[in-house]
Design a protein around this ligand. Structure first.
Ligand code: G3P
Ligand code: MG
Length: 346
């Protein structure tokens, strides 16, 4: 009878907690959906012993396409409704942080460059250029690559000798590190004008923004792959060798505080949307992060005061020794992680 009473009491229990799921290495390996991912999301969708929907978001350091396009693709892949209200990616935070460059020329890097230009323009940036535009303007900028006919067709004709670039945004993982590092050096050393001999004394230093610090990430390959954090290290090593010092930059993405604050707002909105749960003196929402990368998912959640659950299906491999950041809990996979969180909450 006490078990039934307990279950009844719980059925009225409104979940005042939410879960953030990392994507790569937790739900997906590249394009492949992990079988436990769908079972985990089904539990949160109400198929649990308490018959309650539990608020969740997907929170990735990935990017390169619009939030609408990526969430639509995730809905198809996972079989659960993912929308822009429960999905955030590395550069989503730029929607507000990039406004000061709305009407200034900026360079964006990463992913499929023409698709990325559209993402940046949708964020309100009006003069968006890519490294393929620069290569199309003057092929000598980097003689060791050629544009494909498609890349040439999508390039924006512009004279960079009279177009001072004010900021460089690395939205997603760059594809041609050599071309990109060369053009970043040209812009930074000249304070904006590619090919000019010295810095434009009237111009402020070019702002450099990275959106994903991941040194490594988990795709289909059985071992982790180098991520945008590795690109940043490569660029900084070249800048240090050429100028004698690294270049100052702004970093977003997990584990940064701004990204977790952004995620908390999104999770809280989901809690209000699902159950009307609002932050009051006696209901302080609790947040869980389920991730595969101790450096981004666990470090960021721990610093934000969330509960962190490290899974063994991605970057972290127990054979390599203990994780660099200690999680609240370690689980075999995302389904086991969800069961642990729910048991803990109800
Ligand atoms: O480029 C994506 C990769 O760096 C990590 O993605 O989903 O594990 O945060 P995720
Ligand atoms: Mg991951």
């Amino acid at each position: 009878l006490s078990a039934v009473a307990g279950a009844c009491a719980n059925s009225r229990h409104i979940p005042s907690f939410g879960i953030a799921f990392d994507i790569d290495g937790v739900l997906l390996h590249g394009a492949r959906v992990l079988s436990e991912a769908q079972r985990a999301l089904s539990i949160l969708d109400g198929n649990n012993q308490f018959n309650r929907k539990i608020p969740y978001i997907l929170m990735t350091n990935g990017g390169g396409t619009s939030e609408v396009d990526r969430s639509r693709k995730l809905t198809e892949q996972l079989g659960f409704e993912i929308t822009t209200s429960n999905f955030m990616q590395a550069h989503t935070i730029l929607k507000s942080h990039a406004q000061k460059y709305a009407n200034k020329p900026v360079l964006v890097l990463g992913g499929k460059r023409d698709a990325l230009r559209k993402v940046a323009e949708d964020y309100g940036l009006q003069h968006v250029y890519t490294t393929l535009d620069v290569k199309a303007w003057n092929p000598d900028v980097w003689p060791f690559c050629d544009l494909t006919p498609e890349e040439r067709a999508s390039a924006k004709p512009v004279d960079f000798s009279t177009t001072p670039i004010s900021a460089i945004f690395v939205f997603h993982d760059p594809r041609n590190w050599a071309l990109d590092v060369q053009i970043m050096m040209d812009i930074i050393q000249s304070r904006g004008i590619i090919g000019s001999s010295g810095p434009l004394v009237s111009a402020p230093p070019v702002e450099l923004v990275f959106c994903n610090p991941d040194l490594q990430w988990r795709s289909e390959f059985p071992r982790p792959r180098l991520g945008q954090g590795a690109f940043r290290e490569a660029f900084q090593a070249v800048h240090q060798a050429v100028t004698g010092a690294p270049y100052p930059y702004t970093q977003f993405g997990k584990p940064t505080t701004q990204t977790y604050e952004f995620a908390e707002k999104m999770l809280h909105a989901r809690m209000v949307e699902l159950h009307g749960v609002s932050v009051t003196s006696d209901i302080q929402p609790r947040f869980y992060m389920i991730g595969d990368n101790p450096e981004s998912d666990i470090a960021g959640a721990n610093a934000a005061g969330w509960s962190s659950i490290l899974v063994r299906t991605g970057v972290y491999d127990p054979a390599d020794g203990p994780p660099t950041h200690k999680p609240t809990h370690e689980a075999e996979n995302v389904e086991a992680a969800v069961h642990w969180a729910i048991e803990r909450e109800f």
